[in-house]
Design a protein around this ligand. Structure first.
Ligand code: ZN
Length: 401
């Protein structure tokens, strides 16, 4: 179990967007959640409606456990917020045009949108099987080109961007808070930018950390007309344009894998705040990486465990339990004992049957920075004590008994 983080209880919520609202009494709360930008656990006290944005997939390969861990984390957050009486609106985008999907489509000789449609359908199938709460919306980057062009135009008009060599770049020197979310120095940011397609050596850039908003397409890439010449959006701007369009200027909680903190989220926040003049995100929440064979599970390394493969052998509820037995801020290693352990746990819970045993302890664990291992331990404890069924507590972590 994690050390309990104490903070003053919030008895009434005056939300910055003007909604005066009170969570349902006698259910505990508020949730304490670690905020990446503030680097501490803080009370998460949104208004009745909670706007959430999680960076979605680039659909060019099957869903692996690293993806599943990220979306399961935000699923459990939403379940606890809904338990407190909130309405959650979680947008998850689909990055259906970027360097990686275009590269894969070229490699296997299919149209990139056919590849995207096929892999998005497989992803959706895994999400439904894992009983994820449905997204509020799942907008596609290619469906937001007009929004993106408008956004680039505003960034230029406001002096935060410049044109060079047929592309448009964000000028980080115009944005004093660049680096505030990650807390990284320039020396730490540069190699990460290079690793994640930021091309710090691009001769068109004034500063190596400037990032592309609109880029020229190569002859075999998709291209849309714009004032700055035909091209396609940069990666980061897709999420800013979609988040602003779907949820408004300020989002309560923005999430994704911890590998997105820099450059992706730092760049998203910089361009969004530069253009709107408003805070972009109130709370940043990041999922640690899942590892296998000592390395981060990733497509480039090929050390992947696919949800679709696990589904052939195990109950999807056990897959969920296997993943959330790990805390979202701890990187963890996938190994062969995880699934048998989770399957046995599920059997014990099912045998305990319906009831509200362990519910208060489960809520308290989730309020402690989404301590899912603590929540599972609380449910196990209720089962072992034989004090009743645990279906309500199990439902809070998304397991239907
Ligand atoms: Zn994103």
């Amino acid at each position: 179990m994690r050390e309990t983080v104490a903070f003053a209880a919030v008895t009434s919520t005056e939300h910055p967007n003007g909604q005066a609202w009170q969570p349902i009494a006698d259910r505990g709360g508020p949730m304490g959640l670690y905020d990446t930008a503030r680097r501490e656990v803080v009370p998460f006290t949104p208004g009745r409606i909670v706007s959430m944005y999680t960076c979605g997939i680039t659909p060019y390969d099957a869903t692996h456990l690293g993806h599943a861990a990220t979306y399961l984390t935000y699923d459990v957050v939403q379940r606890r917020l809904r338990d407190l009486g909130h309405e959650t609106r979680c947008v998850r985008n689909v990055t259906d045009v970027d360097d990686s999907i275009l590269g894969k489509a070229r490699e296997i000789g299919v149209h990139y949108l056919d590849l995207a449609a096929r892999e998005t359908a497989r992803f959706d199938d895994d999400m439904v099987a894992l009983e994820m709460l449905p997204s509020y919306s799942e907008p596609r980057a290619t469906g937001a080109i007009a929004d993106i062009r408008g956004f680039v135009g505003e960034a230029l008009d406001k002096g935060h961007a410049y044109e060079a060599g047929g592309s448009v770049y964000f000028d980080v020197s115009t944005y004093a808070d660049f680096g505030k979310i990650s807390g990284y120095s320039t020396d730490e940011m540069l190699p990460l930018a290079a690793e994640h397609g930021g091309f710090p050596d691009d001769p068109n850039k004034r500063n190596p950390l400037d990032f592309v908003l609109w880029q020229q397409s190569t002859p075999d890439e998709p291209s849309w007309d714009s004032k700055w010449g035909p091209g396609r959006p940069g990666w980061h701007i897709e999420c800013s344009a979609l988040a602003l369009r779907e949820l408004g200027t300020t989002i309560d909680l923005h999430g994704g894998g911890s590998d997105l903190i820099f450059p992706h989220h730092e760049c998203e926040a910089a361009q969004s705040q530069a253009v709107t003049g408003q805070p972009f995100v109130r709370h940043w929440m990041h999922q640690a990486m899942v590892r296998m064979d000592g390395e981060k599970m990733s497509k480039s390394l090929g050390n992947l465990v696919f949800v679709s493969e696990l589904r052939k052998e195990f109950d999807t509820r056990a897959i969920r339990l296997g993943v959330i037995a790990h805390h979202y801020r701890d990187a963890w290693e996938w190994h062969d004992e995880i699934m048998p352990t989770a399957a046995a746990r599920l059997e014990r819970w099912i045998a305990a049957g319906e009831g509200e045993a362990g519910l208060a302890e489960t809520r308290a664990a989730l309020d402690n920075d989404l301590d899912t291992p603590g929540a599972l331990a609380a449910i196990d404890g209720a089962v072992e004590a034989g004090v009743g069924g645990v279906s309500a507590a199990a439902a809070l972590v998304g397991v239907r008994l």
